[in-house]
Design a protein around this ligand. Structure first.
Ligand code: SF4
Ligand code: SF4
Length: 249
């Protein structure tokens, strides 16, 4: 899940300076989960921009239709081609991935070149919930978790160290550069102890291989998920559960 937060409205208004007619597009994926691009967020943004004198066309995407999944979100873009052609800018309430995928599709497939503006700031891959989340993975492309007792040294250690702690671990096993945070390498050591594999701590690990971080990374999947699967998932989401059975039933 890509965590994200709304950009300050002053920043968005700056990008929209001189642009009167605006499309506000949502995202039915991560941005819906974080309430930064769901229908409510699209409506709220449209209201704010209207008060600022903009002429707004709203384009929310249904739940599960992600802005970055262009085969599906493209259907909404095509459906609203006329509006897109007649507007000065498109404000996309998604992560930067969605914003760029929409930009590229409009430029190359629809031949409509407009200012496409980000409404959110993406904060990375996070896990946890339901309210608190933590960044857990930088998508480095070469996972080290098998060597480090399942704790990512690149993401959890403030210095991204690969071979044990730096010399600055604070009292209470806190990190040298963030006293609120536990030292990742102390956590790795303790977990190795519990797993009975503390000898791994003494093994010298090779420097992390960063070659898969070349940008942009490109890859293909053999069998893309189809609309029929999305439809089935939506059906599952609307299953209604009956009342909970009583304990003596
Ligand atoms: S090593 Fe860390 S950043 Fe790389 S894939 Fe594994 S969890 Fe993600
Ligand atoms: S104190 Fe621990 S987590 Fe913090 S930078 Fe040093 S080794 Fe990394």
């Amino acid at each position: 899940m890509i965590a994200q937060e709304k950009k300050p409205i002053e920043e968005i208004l700056g990008y929209l300076e001189g642009k009167k007619k605006v499309v506000v597009m949502g995202c039915g994926g991560c941005a819906t989960f974080y309430h930064t691009g769901d229908t409510k967020a699209v409506n709220a943004m449209a209201e704010t921009l209207t008060k600022e004198g903009k002429d707004v066309f709203k384009m929310p995407l249904p739940f599960s239709i992600q802005a970055c999944d262009i085969e599906k979100s493209g259907v909404w873009l095509e459906k609203n081609r006329k509006e897109l052609e007649n507007r000065d800018a498109v404000l996309v309430l998604s992560c930067g991935d969605g914003v760029q995928v929409v930009t590229e599709y409009m430029d190359e497939k629809m031949e409509i070149t407009k200012a496409v503006i980000p409404g959110n700031d993406a904060l990375g891959l996070v896990g946890g919930g339901p309210k608190k989340f933590k960044e857990t993975c930088q998508s480095c492309g070469m996972c080290e978790l098998g060597k480090t007792a399942g704790i990512c040294p690149l993401t959890s250690c403030g210095k991204g160290l690969m071979n044990g702690p730096c010399g600055g671990v604070r009292e209470g096993d806190k990190c040298e550069i963030d006293e609120e945070k536990d030292c990742a390498w102390v956590k790795i050591y303790k977990r190795m102890e519990k797993l009975g594999e503390v000898e791994k701590f003494e093994q010298m690990l090779d420097p992390h291989e960063w070659s898969k971080m070349k940008r942009p990374r490109l890859f293909e999947i053999e069998e893309p998920i189809g609309m029929d699967v999305i439809g089935a998932m939506k059906g599952m989401m609307t299953v209604k559960f009956g009342p909970k059975p009583k304990l003596d039933e």
